[in-house]
Design a protein around this ligand. Structure first.
Ligand code: ATP
Length: 306
C-alpha cells in the first residue's frame, strides 16, 4: 500500500445547502501524473483546497503519505501546491519574490530558490519586475514557489488556464522533466481534458462534485481509439480474411462475433467486400471512437462548454 501517495475517502464539502464535493474517493499512486478533469464549478478547487488543508471537509478524510488527522500537517510538508494564485509583489523580481517566501516559510538553503528558478526556466529573468511578467512567466513563478521545498507531491489547480498553446506545451514539458528528474507525483486539474493529454498517466473525472471515473491514460487511449466495429457470423474466419486478404493484424476479436478493426478506416467498402467474397455475413459495421473531449462529454452526459 505504500505506493499510495494520496487518497481521499468519502470526501464531502458543503457550502450552505449545496454540496461542492460529494463523497469523493480518489487514489494517487507514487510517480503518477493524475489529471483531475471537470468543468467550471465541478469541484476541482474545493477538492484541492481540502487536500492542501486550506479548507476542512464536512465529511470524509484525506490520507497523505499514510498520515491522516493530526499527522496530516507534518505530511503536508512533503507537498507543494499551486491552488490559488500566490500573492507576489509586483515590484520585486522572480528571485526576490521567492526569497521572501523562502524566509517566510522557513525553508532552509538559499540555493533552493536558484534551483526552483532554474527548473521552471526563470533563472535568466534578471531584474525584471513581476508586474511586467507575461502570464506564462507568472504561472512559472507560481510553480517555482510550489517546488521550493522539493515536494514529493505537487498539487496544481488549473496551472495552464489562460496560457497560449505554446505555453501549454512548455508547461507539459516542464512537468515531464519534474517527473523524470525528481520522480515527483503530480495532481493537476484542468477543465480541458486535451490540455492534460500526453502528460497525465491517469485521470479522474469530476462532475457536480462527484468523481465519475478514474481511468489510466492507456485505457482512455484505447477507449478513444478510432476503429471499425463489425458484427459478423464468424469472427474466426473474418480474422483470417483480415490477415490474409487485407494484410493487417490491427484488429481485436471481441465476444459475440464482434471485431474492432483499426486499419482500413477510410475504405470500409473494401472490408465488407473482402468478407462477402469469402462468404462471411456482415451484420453491421460502424465507425467508433472519439477524441478525448468527446469521451469526457459522453461521460458527463453531453454537457456543453467543458
Ligand atoms: P472552477 O474551475 O470554475 O474554479 P472548480 O471545478 O474548481 O471550478 P469549485 O471552485 O471547487 O469548482 O466550486 C464547486 C462549487 O462549490 C461551485 O458551485 C462553487 O460555486 C461552490 N463553492 C466553492 N467555494 C465556495 C465557497 N467558499 N462558498 C460557497 N460556495 C462555494
Amino acid at each position: 500500500m505504500d505506493d499510495i501517495v494520496l487518497s481521499t475517502h468519502g470526501l464531502t464539502r458543503r457550502y450552505g445547502g449545496q454540496k461542492a464535493l460529494d463523497q469523493v474517493s480518489l487514489t494517487v499512486r507514487r510517480g503518477e501524473i493524475y489529471g483531475l478533469v471537470g468543468r467550471n464549478g465541478a469541484g476541482k478547487t474545493t477538492l484541492m483546497r481540502l487536500i492542501t488543508g486550506q479548507s476542512v471537509p464536512t465529511e470524509g478524510r484525506v490520507e497523505l503519505f499514510g498520515a491522516t488527522g493530526r499527522d496530516l500537517r507534518r505530511a503536508r510538508a512533503r507537498m507543494g501546491a499551486m491552488v490559488e494564485v500566490p500573492a507576489f509583489s509586483p515590484f520585486l523580481g522572480a528571485r526576490e519574490n521567492l526569497e521572501y517566501y523562502r524566509l517566510q516559510r522557513g525553508i532552509p538553503g538559499r540555493e533552493t530558490v536558484e534551483e526552483a528558478l532554474e527548473l521552471v526556466g526563470l533563472a535568466d529573468a534578471g531584474a525584471k519586475k513581476f508586474k511586467t511578467f507575461s502570464l506564462g512567466m507568472k504561472q512559472r513563478l507560481g510553480l517555482a514557489l510550489a517546488l521550493m521545498n522539493r515536494p514529493d507531491l505537487l498539487v496544481l489547480d488549473e496551472p495552464v488556464n489562460g496560457l497560449d498553446p505554446e505555453g501549454v506545451v512548455e508547461f507539459r514539458r516542464l512537468l515531464g522533466r519534474l517527473h523524470r528528474e525528481r520522480q515527483t507525483t503530480v495532481l493537476i486539474s484542468s477543465h480541458i481534458l486535451a490540455e492534460l493529454a500526453n502528460v497525465a498517466t491517469c485521470y479522474g473525472f469530476l462532475e457536480r462534485g462527484r468523481l465519475l471515473e478514474e481511468i489510466t491514460a492507456q485505457t482512455l487511449e484505447e477507449r478513444c481509439r478510432v476503429c471499425l466495429r463489425l458484427q459478423v457470423d464468424d469472427a474466426a474466419k473474418a480474422s483470417v480474411i483480415f490477415h490474409i486478404k487485407l494484410g493487417t493484424d490491427a484488429f481485436k476479436v471481441l465476444p459475440d462475433n464482434t471485431l474492432e478493426l483499426y486499419d482500413h478506416l477510410d475504405c470500409p467498402q473494401a472490408v465488407s467486400q473482402a468478407l462477402a467474397e469469402e462468404g462471411v455475413f456482415l451484420q453491421s459495421m460502424e465507425r467508433r471512437g472519439s477524441d478525448l473531449e468527446g469521451y469526457f462529454l459522453d461521460l458527463i452526459g453531453g454537457g456543453r462548454d467543458a
